[in-house]
Design a binder for this molecule. Structure first.
Ligand code: BES
Ligand code: ZN
Ligand code: ZN
Length: 490
């Protein structure tokens, strides 16, 4: 946590300094400075130094101003993680920040962001947890109070999403997930309406129903709404998230090792929507947002849907289900159809949808595609770049749509071996009639080993990206320039 302190405690101090000029370090004599210089020459990133019952973590900051700003800030966040790990090694519960030298406040903020985002552990199931948490005391003269508050809100929202994703299905059934979303909505100030299995059946959400048939637990369909009194957008922004609380593959069972063992994270897309809405509502951003989360469990069972079954989707489209492991698109399609009633200005969906996206881009970015215009895509890329939650655009050419045509029904849920991320996107596109972007986050959402400030397991990819995007939308001057009157043109 970042703590605003005008008179911070000085037992442990993080000193950010310009290594060109060691004389700037007032706490050390010449001999000590020589020792520090020696370690700098050795290329040590952070130098711990104990003196008079105080611990200094000396961090020589070098900013390569020729690099792209987004890359500079990402590097600083990663360095923040290195600082965090050092504090953890020294078991320091709190440090205060000192900045010696002339650095832009925004750089210091990114280092703090990296430290703060690193401060996460999932300990719920440890009976003897050895927890560690770090408080950084920051003088508001170094970083503005509003920035510190936002960094804390980001870390908190990321934690909320990570907790949801890291929960196994033994706890987080669809029903429990809805309860958690309701609690989070109450805390943040957005409403949550939960449709239960009966209501889903009455609505004839064929995709949601079909995927959950093998499960002994009921499905839910969650409608989140954040509507502040004053909002900048006339029509709502709709966020759709894949909420498969566990994906075994269904009857098209996944091989267990390496393939099924991460599948509690198959609701990461929807958890990102929940975390982002938490942040946006807590920050009181003037933007009207709807969140739609179909929550199901994909399991084999007596009633489970069989490969070759034909189902009728919520919008009436018939789908030949050739592979029950391609389930995400079935539940998302129903949610995308549901979104039409809002006449949305834009719909963004987040889903751990295909192994194909993961193979294409790995953990470094999501795969994005959609029908929204270039300006929206540019804004999303801007938000992605500045938060380190990057995306790469794939095409939605008509030809790919042909791959999803079925001989027995309108569509099939399985395309050929190649271009799997795109054919999944093409399937989804069928159910949209508004500007729409799909994010396949299978690569970056969940990482089995430690990955800098993102940590291990759930990364909460999408939370900071969505918050930044909406924040920028609120700042943007969205008013259209007045159209030239035809009379003048005459
Ligand atoms: N949930 C998986 C996709 C996934 C794979 C997410 C790896 C995260 C990591 C999805 O439901 C799935 O099984 N997709 C299949 C689709 C295929 C059968 C067309 C896939 O990608 O193999
Ligand atoms: Zn699947
Ligand atoms: Zn899945």
């Amino acid at each position: 946590m970042l703590q605003i302190s005008t008179k911070p405690p000085k037992r442990a101090v993080l000193v950010i300094f310009n290594k060109i000029n060691l004389n700037i370090l007032p706490f050390f004599d010449i001999e000590e400075k020589n020792a520090i210089q020696q370690r700098l020459n050795d290329g040590i990133q952070i130098i711990p130094y104990s003196k008079q019952q105080k611990t200094y973590f000396l961090f020589p900051l070098e900013i390569d101003l020729t690099a792209k700003p987004d890359n500079i800030h990402e590097k600083l966040r990663v360095q923040g993680n290195t600082i965090y790990k050092m504090c953890k090694e020294y078991k320091e519960p709190e440090i205060s920040l000192e900045v010696l030298g002339d650095f832009g406040k925004e750089y210091i903020a990114s280092i703090l962001s990296g430290i703060n985002l690193s401060d996460y552990e999932f300990l719920k199931y440890r009976t003897k947890p050895k927890g560690y948490s770090l408080t950084v005391h920051v003088d508001p003269l170094l970083v503005d109070e509003a920035v510190i508050n936002e960094l804390n809100l980001m870390a908190e929202s990321v934690r909320i999403t990570k907790d949801l994703v890291n929960e196994p299905v033994s706890f987080l059934t669809a029903t429990q997930y809805s309860k958690e979303i309701q609690k989070i909505g109450e805390a943040a100030g957005f409403s949550v309406t939960v449709m239960d299995q009966k209501e889903i059946e009455a609505e004839q959400m064929g995709g949601v129903i079909a995927v959950n048939l093998g499960s002994s637990a009921p499905a839910t369909f969650n409608i989140l709404e954040y509507k502040p009194k004053k909002h900048k957008n006339e029509q709502p922004l709709v966020l759709v998230g894949k909420g498969v609380v566990f994906d075994t593959g269904g009857l098209s069972l996944k091989p267990t090792r390496n393939s099924m063992d991460m599948m509690k994270s198959d609701m990461a897309g929807s958890a990102a929507v929940v975390g982002a809405m938490y942040a946006i509502a807590k920050a009181n951003l003037p933007y009207h947002i709807i969140g739609l989360i179909p929550a199901v469990e994909n399991r084999p069972g007596y009633e489970a849907i069989c490969p070759s079954d034909v189902i009728t989707m919520y919008d009436g489209t018939t789908v030949e289900v050739l592979d029950t492991d391609a389930e995400g698109r079935l539940i998302l399609a129903d949610a995308l159809h549901y979104a039409k009633r809002y006449k949305p200005e834009l719909v963004l969906d987040f889903a751990t949808l295909t192994g194909s996206a993961m193979r294409a881009i790995g953990k470094e970015a999501s795969v994005m595609m959609g029908t929204a215009d270039k300006a929206i895509k540019k804004k999303l890329r801007k938000a992605g770049g500045s938060t380190g939650e990057r995306m790469v655009e794939f095409p939605l050419w008509d030809e790919y749509g042909d791959y999803m045509k079925s001989e027995i029904a309108d569509l099939k849920n399985l395309g050929p071996m190649d271009a799997g991320a795109i054919t999944a996107g093409k399937f989804l596109e069928h159910f949209t009639d508004y500007p729409w972007i799909h994010f396949d986050i299978a690569g970056p959402a969940y990482i089995p080993s430690n990955y800098n400030y993102r940590g291990k397991w759930a990364t909460a990819y999408g939370v900071r990206l969505l918050f930044k995007f909406v924040q920028n939308q609120c700042k943007d001057d969205n008013t259209q320039p007045e159209k030239k009157s035809r009379n003048n043109a005459r």
